[in-house]
Write a protein that binds this ligand. Structure first.
Ligand code: OAD
Length: 233
C-alpha cells in the first residue's frame, strides 16, 4: 500500500529531490556508520574522522581512509543507484543530495548530484589545499608542493560543508514537491535539518523506520534496492 502510494506521488510530482545516506551503499558492500556492522561500532569517529585525528594521529587517520579506498576498488553501484539515475534521465528526479563520499550515484549515471560530505575519490593537501594524486595518498607520501599531510576531499567532523553543495541542496529541497530520504539515520547535523525544510511531501525509506521522531508523510521499511525495484514510475 505504501509502495503504491509512493509510486503515485512519484508519478504526479513535478519536482522530486532525493537525499541519501550510507544505507544507500550497504547493498553494494560498503558498511554504513551506525548499524550493527557500521564503521562507528568498531572505530571511534573522533580517532579517525576529525580535524584533530588528521593533525595529531595521522597514521590512524591514513589507515582508516586507505582501508575505505581499498574496499571501494572491490565494489560497484547497485540497481538502486541505477534506478535513481534512470529517474533523473526521465525527468522524475531533479537532484540527488548525498552524504556519501563513494561517488556511486555519479558512477551509476546520475548527473545532478551534490556531495554534501565531499568525495573520497580525490585528494588534496591539508595545509596548502593543492590537489594531489591518489597514489601519493595511498603510499602515505607528503604533499609534493609544501610537504603537508595529504587527505581525501571528505568533510571531517569539525569542518563546514561545501557551501555551494549545501545551498544548492537546501534550495532544491525547499522548492521540492516530494523529498525521498533514503538510507540515512539523520543523526548528523546539518544534513539532518534538510528534510524539515521542505513544504513538499516527505518520505523516509530505511531498514529501521522507528529510529527517530522526525515527522514524515510516509515511512517505508525495507531494503533500499528492493523498495526502489518495487516502485512503478
Ligand atoms: P548511518 O550509518 O548513520 O545511517 C545509515 C542508515 O541506513 C541506518 O539508519 C540504517 O538502518 C540504514 N540502512 C543501512 N542499510 C540499509 C539498506 N540496505 N536499506 C535500507 N536502509 C539501510 O549513515 P548516514 O546517515 O549516512 O559523515 O551517516 C551520516 C554521516 O555520519 C556520514 O556521512 C558520515 C558519518 O559520520 C562523516 O563522516 C562526516
Amino acid at each position: 500500500m505504501t509502495i503504491k502510494r509512493l509510486s503515485e506521488w512519484l508519478q504526479t510530482s513535478t519536482n522530486t529531490v532525493i537525499l541519501t545516506g550510507a544505507g544507500m551503499s550497504t547493498e553494494s558492500g560498503i558498511p554504513d556508520f551506525r548499524s550493527a556492522s557500521g564503521w562507528w561500532k568498531n572505530i571511534d569517529p573522533r580517532a579517525v574522522a576529525t580535524t584533530e585525528a588528521l593533525t595529531e594521529n595521522y597514521s590512524l587517520f591514513h589507515e582508516f581512509y586507505k582501508m575505505r579506498l581499498e574496499n571501494l576498488e572491490k565494489v560497484a553501484p547497485h540497481e538502486g543507484h541505477q534506478i535513481l539515475a534512470d529517474w533523473e534521465q526521465r525527468g522524475i528526479v531533479s537532484l540527488v543530495a548525498t552524504q556519501n563520499v563513494d561517488g556511486f550515484h555519479q558512477l551509476a549515471g546520475s548527473r545532478k548530484v551534490e556531495e554534501l560530505h565531499g568525495s573520497i575519490r580525490s585528494i588534496r593537501c591539508n595545509r596548502c589545499q593543492q590537489a594531489d594524486s591518489m597514489e601519493h595518498f595511498l603510499s602515505k607520501a607528503s604533499c609534493s608542493h609544501c610537504g603537508g599531510k595529504l587527505r581525501p576531499n571528505v568533510v571531517l567532523f569539525g569542518e563546514s560543508l561545501p557551501q555551494i553543495s549545501w545551498h544548492t541542496s537546501m534550495e532544491a529541497i525547499k522548492k521540492a514537491e516530494l523529498v525521498l530520504v533514503i538510507g540515512t539515520s539523520l543523526e548528523v547535523y546539518p544534513v539532518n535539518q534538510l528534510p524539515m525544510m521542505t513544504s513538499g511531501k516527505t518520505v523516509y525509506i530505511n531498514l529501521d523506520i522507528s529510529q527517530h521522531a522526525i515527522p514524515f508523510d510516509l515511512k517505508i521499511e525495507g531494503k533500499i534496492k528492493e523498495v526502489l525495484q518495487q516502485l512503478q514510475v
